[in-house]
Design a protein. Sequence first.
Length: 179
Amino acid sequence: MKLNALLPALTIALSASSHAASFSLSSPDIADQRPLTKQQEFSGFGCNGDNISPALAWSNAPQGTKSYAITVYDPDAPTGSGWWHWTLVNLPVSVNSLPRNAGTHLPAGAVEGRTDYGKPGFGGACPPVGDKPHRYQFTVWALKVDKLPIDNQASGALVGYMLNANSLAKATLTSPYGR
């Protein structure tokens, strides 16, 4: 077969693959590079927000995805290691969204790990007063395993390790917040 005969088919295949939708995360409550609100601010540690997790939805997971995880991380926290605000693992592959205040509506088998506030569940933004706005990274992870061996006392570092070891793809919305 001549190369000229293959070129049209090859061009179509390459064009189709470059237009394939990529894994993405969206929310009716937060937007990439837009500040969080008092709804997503922690209630405690000197903060007086509502401590409500935003609704999240994701689409176009890569082939082979077997489960999902959600993390919220502040790389700007003055700790030397950032701050874990939420770790949520073992979301079934059939789930592609979470409602606002999701901790009260989690699917069976989902596990919230311990935040850097010292307990499991969503812990909202709470940067020090007068500090530059911190970046809060809301990330959904597409995983190649059905279930991670995580319980509700797992640290953010352990969850992060397990996610990086089992990730097929991730999508992130980054929202700043300052006080």
